[in-house]
Design a protein around this ligand. Structure first.
Ligand SMILES: [Fe+2]
Length: 475
């Protein structure tokens, strides 16, 4: 069997919605592991005779694994977004303005913001706002759902008037402010990054800074430290005249790779919203790993790609389904922004490439740390999709790997043991597609040794998703 082809199942539609009270478990789950992992990602890649063309575009589905008393339950359900409902009603990709061109990319979704209908297919991540569970995407529409039933409740209404058209599905949490932090990019009436926080229990966003920007950059994530918020503006920017967008010009054609601009770190001081900019050479990124302050510097670790092909080419389904191409991988890179003289220094962190990075977020985000977990490709057996989990010590480069033939792991999620002392005292959870059976299982690794503790098997495949969260207080 052609190994590269096996991962196709992970990019194929899953129709079943199930609730399974107890999954068969091989191995032994830690007795302390209690809580729920909630994930989302695309699960329907065609509507009628039309097909989505980008990994980010399939209709979203929620999945949850609940751990209690050494047992695991599983449930999944489509997000009942307007995009989903309209697709079901009409048998066509949801929005008429794209009916003749079903190529709805992440960036084209931005375009729809300027029309009366815009996509609420919140496929990227999960979080809680005001103690309510919501699914997130890169337009500022959060879809609330019932975490018990996975039924979609509806669009989450913010109790404020902060404007914006795009956002990130990677909000941060600031333990001192006891607030989530995120930003929205506003394209009209003028162009701004509106950076805000939402205190625990509140649905009201509070503006931290509103930063004018002539050419807003596409940003998938950002970073925070104890005192700062850092927006990493790679030079994939919108120099769009908003009127052109309203006239129907596809938004993606207005996002341009301008490497001559370099990459800009816009640093916002939390205390007063003061802004300072640092510049370095051009690179592209989706995910920050972490950031912290050290000795007069802001240290930012991220997963860097060399150019914009990761935005414009690599994650199209045609490429991901290719039997001849391997998935693009970024490298870990550290940037040091000197607060005294404004200089930026860059260094490679480890030889091991790594995407979908995960740290012990609750304990180390914004702080010095040592360990990151992620996915990449087996060096001797690369395939068209991530086929290996890795644990990397960022400073030494020491690496542990989990690999099983024809298995395709998703984003690792670290869950700290309740009595943890060491940074890796806990488990890694990852949804893995077994290409040999075309079914998925939830893998539980000992985070310290990176060896398997248990796997909980389900009877269907789970399409390759993006992100999820573990909620330990939910059982
Ligand atoms: Fe992401």
């Amino acid at each position: 069997m052609d190994a590269a082809r096996i991962s196709h199942k992970g990019l194929s539609t899953l129709e079943q919605e199930v609730m399974l009270d107890q999954l068969p478990v091989r191995g032994t789950l830690p007795a302390w592991l209690t809580g729920t992992l909630v994930r989302n990602g695309p699960a329907q890649f065609e509507v009628g005779s039309q097909a989505y063309t980008h990994w980010f575009d399939g209709l979203g589905m929620l999945h949850k694994f609940t751990f209690r008393d050494g047992k695991v339950s599983y449930a999944n359900k489509f997000l009942k977004s307007k995009a989903y409902q309209k697709a079901r009603e009409t048998g066509r990709i949801s929005y008429t303005e794209f009916a003749t061109d079903p190529c709805r990319t992440l960036f084209e979704r931005v375009f729809t913001l300027f029309t009366p209908k815009f996509s609420d297919n919140a496929v990227v991540n999960i979080t809680r706002i005001a103690d309510r569970f919501v699914a997130l995407t890169e337009v500022p529409i959060a879809l609330e759902f019932d975490v018990e039933t996975l039924e979609t409740i509806g669009v989450f209404d913010y109790e404020d008037t902060i404007g914006g058209h795009t956002t990130t599905a990677h909000p941060h949490y600031d333990p001192v402010w006891r607030s989530a932090i995120n930003f929205v990019t506003q394209f009209s009436p003028d162009r701004r990054y509106n950076v805000y926080r939402i205190p625990n229990g509140s649905a009201q966003r509070r503006l931290i800074a509103s930063i004018p920007v002539s050419e807003p950059a596409y940003m998938h994530s950002f970073a925070i430290t104890e005192r700062y918020i850092i927006l990493t503006e790679c030079p994939f920017v919108a120099d769009v005249d908003v009127r052109n967008v309203i006239l129907g010009k596809p938004f993606i054609s207005n996002l341009k790779w301008k490497p001559e601009r370099g990459t800009r770190f816009t640093v916002i001081r939390k205390e007063d919203g003061a802004v300072r900019t640092f510049e370095t050479e051009a690179f592209a990124t989706f995910h920050h790993v972490n950031a912290f302050e050290h000795d007069g510097e802001i240290v930012i670790d991220l997963a860097a790609y060399p150019d914009a092909s990761v935005y414009t080419y690599d994650f199209y389904l045609e490429q991901l389904r290719s039997t001849t191409q391997t998935i693009a991988l970024p490298h870990l890179r550290r940037y040091r922004l000197c607060l005294h003289d404004g200089r930026v220094a860059a260094e490679a962190l480890a030889a091991e490439p790594l995407e979908l990075p995960c740290i012990d977020y609750g304990r180390y985000n914004g702080q010095p740390y040592q360990l990151v977990y992620g996915v990449n490709l087996h060096r001797a057996r690369p395939q068209s999709f991530y086929n290996q989990l890795v644990k990397v010590a960022v400073q030494t480069g020491d690496t542990l790997r989990w690999y099983e033939e024809d298995c395709f792991p998703g984003e690792p999620v670290f869950v700290r043991a309740p009595t943890a002392a060491a940074e890796d005292d806990g488990v890694i959870l990852s949804v893995v597609l077994d290409g040999k059976t075309n079914t998925s299982f939830l893998l539980v690794l000992d985070a310290a040794t990176f060896t398997e503790l248990a796997r909980a098997e389900i009877t269907h495949h789970i399409p390759f998703g993006f992100h999820g969260q573990f909620f330990g207080d939910m059982v």
